[in-house]
Design a binder for this molecule. Structure first.
Ligand code: DGI
Ligand code: FE
Ligand code: FE
Length: 193
């Protein structure tokens, strides 16, 4: 837990106030979900704390970092560089916060779009990011918050369904990974895979 405090101090310098509050919300929500699903609580808290560590890096700087450090950038990420805060975040967590745990780095990397067949920590972070106490805009929050403590996979499917609906409504470009992930969890729910 000492490490968590050290990282909090550092993060506070790199994130704006609202983002830092969100980060703490995600960290504690990750802890709650870890308790509910018998996952390592400290590890889940670390993933939650660091997940948006690259959020306040300007877009041109994110693209520059990717080029310099050979991080692959897809076309949709080039057009919507905010999506890159997940991949770049995993890199920052590794290089600047010295996180060695590959599971934590992976959960950070996929926290925005998700990916098919996520592991427990990936799902805990993905869900915590959506339901943490400061979030108030997403639709169906009370229902999703309840579901989160009952079934991780169904909750991921519901969040992706709502996210795709929201992006369609505001004509936001959809990352193919978001779509593929939704299809994976939808099929899984129907009992086909
Ligand atoms: O960084 P946060 O705001 O805490 O949360 P996040 O990393 O999950 O990003 C949330 C935003 O990402 C939300 O507005 C929906 C958006 N998003 C998720 N998948 C896609 C997407 N945006 C686009 N354009 N395309 C996607 O596929
Ligand atoms: Fe994020
Ligand atoms: Fe977040």
């Amino acid at each position: 837990m000492k490490e968590l405090e050290k990282y909090q101090k550092k993060l506070q310098r790199y994130l704006d106030k609202g983002r830092y509050q969100h980060t703490l919300g995600v960290m504690y929500t990750c802890a709650s979900l870890a308790m509910a699903y018998h996952y390592n609580v400290e590890k889940a808290m670390l993933a939650g704390l660091l997940h948006d560590c690259a959020k306040n890096i300007p877009n041109d700087k994110k693209l520059e970092l990717c080029k310099k450090h050979h991080i692959e950038v897809t076309q949709i990420e080039r057009e919507n560089p905010f999506l890159l805060h997940a991949k770049v975040g995993a890199w920052v967590a590794k290089k600047k916060y010295h996180i060695k745990d590959e599971e934590i780095l992976h959960a950070i990397q996929v926290h925005t779009t998700g990916e098919p067949a996520m592991n427990t920590l990936d799902m805990i972070l993905f869900i915590a990011d959506y339901i943490e106490p400061h979030r108030d805009k997403a639709s169906n929050l009370p229902e999703i918050r309840e579901m989160a403590f009952q079934d991780l996979e169904q909750t991921v499917e519901k969040i992706l369904y709502d996210t795709l609906h929201y992006l369609n409504q505001k004509s936001g470009r959809i990352d193919p990974t978001t779509e593929i992930t939704y299809e994976y969890y939808k099929t899984k729910k129907e009992g086909i895979v």
